[in-house]
Write a protein that binds this ligand. Structure first.
Ligand SMILES: [Cu+2]
Length: 139
């Protein structure tokens, strides 16, 4: 009699746990509540669908090689378009504010040896530039 009781409770627990886990599966399969949070997250991540920004940054350089390098670095920093003027030393970039920033681009340029209006390159990085690119440093 005792064994029978234990058995039935054991079976009962088993059935209960399987139904419970089945319910869990259901909710993780994407019930309405989960989908709502997903959608909210999507909205959040795409919310900064801000219009592209156009900004200018002073970037010190000297020659056509610098132009290629500077624009390449900018384009690798998630900008939409980049143009560096050899004469004015002004880099014009168009970028999505949620994907890039002037600080970020500046950091990359400084690492390549180019002083910018926001960041100075380390001497080591500047020294590594080809001779034709050794612009006159202001500081
Ligand atoms: Cu150069």
């Amino acid at each position: 009699m005792k064994i029978f009781k234990i058995l039935t409770t054991a079976i009962g627990i088993l059935v209960l746990s399987t139904t419970l886990s089945a319910q869990h599966d259901h909710s993780s399969m994407g019930s309405s509540s989960n989908r709502n949070t997903d959608m909210n997250m999507n909205q959040h991540s795409s919310m900064p669908m801000l219009p592209p920004k156009t900004e200018t940054l002073k970037v010190w350089g000297k020659c056509a090689m610098c132009k290629t390098r500077i624009e390449k670095i900018a384009l690798a920093s998630s900008v939409i378009s980049a143009d560096w003027n050899v004469k004015t030393k002004v880099l014009t970039v168009v970028y999505e504010p949620n994907r890039s920033s002037m600080d970020y681009i500046s950091g990359k340029l400084a690492k390549a040896g180019h002083d910018t209006g926001l960041k100075s390159a380390k001497d080591k990085a500047y020294d590594a530039l080809p001779d034709c690119c050794k612009y006159e440093r202001i500081r």
